[in-house]
Ligand binder design. Sequence first.
Ligand code: 2OP
Length: 226
Amino acid sequence: MRAIQRCAAVVFDAYGTLLDIGAPTQALLNERADALAQLWRRKQLEYSWLRSLMGRHADFERVTAEALDYALAAHAIEDPRLAERLLAAYRNLPAYADAPAALAAIRANGRRTAILSNGSPGMLAAAVASADLADSLDMLLSVEDVGVFKPHPKVYALASQRLDLAAEKICFVSANGWDAAGAAACGFSVVWLNRRSEPDERLPVRPAAQIPSLGDLPALLGIHHE
Ligand code: 2OP
């Protein structure tokens, strides 16, 4: 736990960690919202991993649109207008309720904060602005700078390079267990945001800590509310 308290910067995953990816389907669909949201997310991540393994990169905006196309077809929903509205909502996701206060406490404590995400620079700028998180983040880092998706080591190396910090001085926070494992494999001090009490991933390197809410993160960093 002490390694986390020595971190000079906190780097966050974006989609599913700071940004609520369930919001578009909750707002625009009926009881099928959860099933469609889960399939959309699963295919979005599968396509990112498969494109990286195939060496056929496309940005996350395209991968997200193609994953939605698959999910709508799987649910026999033929509605281009709905697809457009879901993608527009994805560019304007709200922050999870526990994100703003945690980010503000970390910044007030003098540590730098950043996003490291599969999202394209345009997606991240739009999402952070609409989620009103821009003032709480020093940097937005996109995999587009390295042309391959998480969990490729080149992605995590980007955070070390841009923050000019050794990996162990970076606290990496993600709600995606596979992303937490990818960052831990690169030497980051990793906190897995396990909101739904999921089992540990059976992957080579485990996160240093796990928390159920971002509200628990400042204390883990040694920040105690004044
Ligand atoms: C992100 O990179 C993994 O989708 C997640 O923001």
